[in-house]
Write a protein that binds this ligand. Structure first.
Ligand code: CTP
Ligand code: CA
Length: 231
């Protein structure tokens, strides 16, 4: 055809995606963070946009470019990510791929903490960060479709099922990260991924594929699910 006017499957759908790590400051030059390249979350944002969705990506600090055709908001901390996500509600779907730091230092020093002879290292008191996915999963403006991720080193499916319930998600994309290491990037930092999709309906094991392929396949699942949801 000269002109393709067929609407894309996610046209008119607003979808929030979180990606990357969060950085929790200790002082102006130091922070606590999770290992995350942002590759999988950014690939999912891009795949949803290719299907026509109005994608709002909330990204922690990453070393990769903003995906094409995606409105990207940049944040540092878990609290900033939570505020950004909640301000984007309402939405048709939300996909939580970010590796959010579970804890932050209770205080962040205004000045660089100095080594003081004889005093020894500082003792940091940690406090828990808000659970952004659980907040949205139980929100009065909950999107029709809420998707979380779970990175586990053991009891993958059992832990993913527990997260599904506790966080109010429809799907958990479960990742085995038991072979991770800074020396040999596995899932984190690497380009390939092997996931299981855990939902109330059961567990769907996907073969190992590239993160772009996981993203395309997940975007197709999301499009299929949203098709049956009339807003
Ligand atoms: N998540 C979030 N906010 C947090 C922690 C996690 O939104 N403060 C989201 C992640 O983006 C992911 C899902 O929750 O989609 C599961 O993250 P994970 O770290 O596996 O779960 P936790 O509940 O933090 O449990 P734990 O780290 O103890 O396994
Ligand atoms: Ca966690």
């Amino acid at each position: 055809a000269l002109l393709d006017i067929s609407p894309k499957p996610l046209s008119g759908r607003k979808i929030i995606v979180t990606s990357g790590p969060t950085h929790e400051p200790i002082d102006p030059v130091r922070y606590i963070a999770n290992r995350s390249s942002g590759k999988q979350g950014h690939a999912i944002a891009a795949a949803l946009a290719r299907l026509g969705a109005d994608v709002r990506l909330v990204s922690g600090p990453v070393g990769i470019a903003d995906p094409a055709e995606v409105t990207t908001l940049h944040v540092e901390t878990a609290n900033e990510m939570k505020d950004a996500v909640e301000q984007l509600l309402p939405a048709d779907a939300a996909v939580f791929v970010a590796a959010v730091a579970d804890w932050r230092s209770e205080t962040s020093a205004g000045e660089k903490i100095k080594k003081v002879a004889g005093e020894g290292p500082p003792v940091l008191r940690m406090i828990e960060n808000p659970d952004i996915l659980a907040g949205v999963g139980h929100h009065r403006q909950r999107p029709s479709l809420v998707v979380g991720f779970a990175a586990e080193t053991q009891d993958l499916v059992r832990n993913a099922e527990a997260k599904l319930k506790k966080k109010g998600a429809d799907f958990i994309v479960a990742n085995d990260v038991s072979h991770e290491g800074a020396e040999s990037p596995g899932v984190m930092g690497g380009d390939r991924n092997k996931v299981r999709i855990v939902s109330k309906a059961g567990v769907d094991e996907w073969p190992e594929m590239s993160k772009d392929e996981v993203a395309a396949r997940l975007a197709a699942v999301i499009a299929e699910r949203l098709k049956t949801i009339v807003v």
